[in-house]
Design a protein around this ligand. Structure first.
Ligand code: DHB
Length: 311
């Protein structure tokens, strides 16, 4: 009996600056904790990679509540980089994550360049870590954070000094809150970034008109979710024209179709953030949806989509 030819499984694997991933869909920093809670509702090995919530040298308590509020098609938040510190991560979270065949990327943050260097230094001994993401774009802290990502000279300094400090592939996460993200991308790459991830959240503010108070205790916050997707696609496209390193695209992706836009604009992988809060299994359905899309398009590999925009 003739068998219907259904074709091979499409190849979703990618290699981002030496980090081998079985599929191109990562969990975005700050939206997946350290994987523990999500491990109860999905197989962590179904992720392409996990970027953990940013680590600082010492425990950081973060901002007072309210820390988040909803906006049209978006989420505004100001957490203030709450985390238990890099040593706790090394002792507790990383050993848990090591049990899975899953590339783990440590996002790092600091108030000074020295703090970034020290966090990177502490991570040198980490077993089972695949890479570092430099968070130079947190909008919610007074010192450091966004300042590093929006000043050419500071960006050059922090990237080159962490580059010297670490043996791991170094990914730099760019902020959209600049005049030219393409320029900042070039600075990061010239200073040693092996990959870029973009975009971090967009500066925003929301006011309760009856109490006349800001909806966040921090007054301002970072906007994420579908509201920012066209901004992110545009920026990935701008950056892809200027640099040769792999780009991890993110910003409001909640479906495979959304993700495809980023690949066509020039991303080599994508990260899912806010969508995880709506559906904790969002990444699983996006990975499945990408395989279906490739089949439908009669493509053998996700790589065939990358930079495929027709203009
Ligand atoms: C926080 C950090 C970020 O990088 C971001 O995009 C949003 C919020 C924070 O911890 O406040």
């Amino acid at each position: 009996m003739p068998r219907k030819f259904t074709g091979m499984k499409p190849d979703l694997s990618v290699n981002i600056a030496g980090i081998k991933m079985k599929n191109p869909v990562m969990a975005a920093s700050g939206t997946f904790g350290y994987g523990r809670e999500y491990s109860e509702v999905l197989d962590l090995e179904s992720l392409g990679a996990l970027v953990v919530k940013s680590l600082t040298l010492k425990e950081t308590r973060g901002h007072l509540p309210p820390r988040a509020c909803e906006t049209p098609s978006g989420l505004l938040n100001a957490i203030g980089l709450q985390n238990k510190g890099v040593d706790y991560f090394l002792e507790t979270d990383l050993p848990f994550l090591r049990k899975f065949r899953l590339p783990v990327i440590a996002s790092i943050a600091g108030e000074t360049i020295e703090e970034y260097e020290k966090v990177a230094e502490r991570l040198e001994e980490a077993r089972g870590l695949s890479g570092i993401e430099l968070n130079v774009s947190c909008p919610n802290i007074k010192k450091g954070g966004l300042q590093f990502g929006s000043d050419r000279r500071l960006l050059q300094q922090v990237v080159s000094r962490v580059r010297k400090q670490t043996r791991f592939p170094l990914m730099v996460k760019l902020t959209p809150n600049v005049t030219s993200i393409g320029e900042m991308a070039e600075v990061a790459v010239d200073s040693g970034a092996d990959a870029l991830s973009l975009i971090n959240s967009v500066n925003g503010m929301s006011i309760d008109i009856r109490t006349r108070k800001p909806k966040l205790a921090n007054i301002t916050g970072g906007l994420t979710g579908p509201a920012i997707r066209p901004i992110a696609v545009h920026m990935v496209w701008q950056v892809a024209k200027r640099v040769k390193v792999p780009i991890v695209g993110m910003g409001g992706i909640s479906s495979a179709e959304d993700a495809v836009e980023f690949f066509l604009a020039g991303a080599s992988a994508v990260a899912i953030g806010t969508a995880n809060f709506i559906n904790p299994r969002a990444i699983v359905s996006i990975v499945d949806g990408l395989a279906k899309f490739l089949k439908e398009q009669k493509l053998k590999s996700i790589k065939e989509l990358m930079g495929g925009l027709r203009v």
